[in-house]
Design a protein around this ligand. Structure first.
Ligand SMILES: [Fe+2]
Length: 370
């Protein structure tokens, strides 16, 4: 069996048990990098285009053309492209498990590619999964910050208001040290596993091709993924995740859902969610520092991103069949059912805003047995 991929976890983030997961087993027959280079992918000017939903601006070309013409495409990145379905044909065995979700869990894979000096800005993902990100070739530095650092990272929705990867090296190190961040350099064949809910960024040291596999987040957090990404809600989700007591967390999850799904108007939803998150965090004895320094009269997120927030917190739109809504609700609320009107409202939001839905692209099916 040629070309078996050995996912080397160079450094699992945190050695304490509260952020512990299991890496997937993945065996591939053939040259995985060579296979992926023939794929057609979306290329963006930067990661912010992806976060702002501007996917239609992307151009598509062969990954090989993109990576082997650094002079032409120096300023573009393949930020997050679902692994194409023909990639699956080389999978000999794949399985993953998580301490959160049982022995075999759904997984999907994304491609990441860029040239020397490309970056992925500091952000957190909102899919509530573990991520393992490994390099097929090239080198990059990834930096991670815990959710509790959010209020000092100038959060704007799920990105940071300053561009961490463009700071001077000494500043990057100093900030990481003072906020509990971790910097990891990944070479070819090296990877790192982390909760994608943590803040993370990437700095490309070479032309680099990476694959990330998303898997096994706690299924009881799925309802929160239907709500707008918000740094306070990120803190709530992580506070619940790290405690691992899912039955104790349902009142907090229900309260956050109600604050958005049952409020009228985008600004009322935004304020209700923020207030509910503060109440939940205080109830969990999380550090209160963010509350003291985030003053109501001036809210930097509202000042910087009011237009984006209006669309994130808008009324759901579109007509959906009852069967479609129930199917989505069955996935979101698989761990625990809530009142039907709340489930319907959350599932409708998920369909309207296309977030928190079951993954459809880049799916990895467990094959073989190991
Ligand atoms: Fe990410």
């Amino acid at each position: 069996m040629a070309g078996i991929i050995d996912v080397a976890i160079k450094r699992t983030i945190g050695t304490n048990s509260q952020i512990f997961g299991y890496a997937p087993d993945l065996s591939y027959d053939g040259d995985l990098a060579d296979k992926l280079l023939d794929c057609s992918v979306g290329i963006s000017n930067d990661y912010y285009e992806i976060f702002s939903g501007a996917e239609q601006l992307n151009s598509r070309l062969r990954l090989r053309s993109f990576l082997y013409n650094p002079d032409i495409y120096a300023k573009q990145v393949c930020a997050e492209h679902p692994a194409p379905s023909d990639f699956l044909s080389g999978l000999v065995s794949f399985s993953c498990r998580s301490n959160d979700s049982g022995p075999h869990v759904p997984a999907f894979a994304l491609l990441h590619a860029g040239h020397k000096d490309s970056i992925a800005p500091l952000h957190f993902d909102w899919d509530m999964n573990w991520a393992i990100n490994f390099n097929l070739f090239g080198r990059k530095v990834m930096t991670f910050f815990p959710p509790a650092a959010a209020w000092l990272l100038v959060p704007v929705i799920n990105t940071s208001g300053f561009c961490y990867p463009r700071l001077a090296e000494s500043e990057k190190i100093a900030l990481a040290e003072s906020l509990g961040g971790i910097r990891v350099e990944l070479g070819p064949g090296e990877g790192v596993q982390f909760p994608s809910l943590w803040w993370h960024s990437a700095e490309y040291l070479d032309t680099t091709l990476s694959l990330s596999i998303r898997f096994g987040g706690p299924d009881w957090l799925r309802p929160l993924a239907t709500l707008p990404r918000h740094w306070r809600l990120q803190r709530v989700a992580w506070a619940i995740w790290k405690r691992g007591r899912k039955h104790d967390s349902y009142p907090a999850i229900e309260a956050c859902l109600r604050s958005v799904c049952m409020s009228e108007g985008w600004l009322a939803r935004y304020n209700a969610l923020a207030a509910e998150c503060d109440a939940v965090l205080a109830g969990l004895d999380e550090e209160p520092g963010y509350g003291a320094l985030w003053s109501a009269p001036f809210n930097a997120e509202l000042a910087c991103a009011a237009e984006a927030l209006q669309s994130l917190y808008a009324d759901p739109s579109g007509e959906y069949m009852e069967d479609e809504i129930r199917g989505v609700a069955d996935y979101i609320f698989s761990a625990r059912r809530f009142a039907r009107p709340l489930e319907t409202a959350a599932a409708t939001r998920a369909l309207s805003f296309r977030q928190g839905l079951p993954p459809k692209r880049g799916l990895l099916s467990p094959v073989g047995s190991r």
